[in-house]
Design a protein around this ligand. Sequence first.
Ligand code: FES
Length: 69
Amino acid sequence: MSDEQPPVEITVYENGPAIVRGAYKLQDRDRKEIDPGRETIALCRCGLSALKPFCDGNHALRGAARSAF
Ligand code: FES
């Protein structure tokens, strides 16, 4: 039996968030770990979320996400 965890998978949605799945580690800019309390997260790419770094759906309510990539 392998102890390897599945690779982290990031799916970027056009005009929406980046969905992160797998054994990711999320940190702030001071490298302090952020525990979102779940295995799959949606990261805001538009800058409109009130819950940054997480997506709160505002990209859909307030217009298209300003995609960085
Ligand atoms: S991508 Fe969803 S609120 Fe920014």
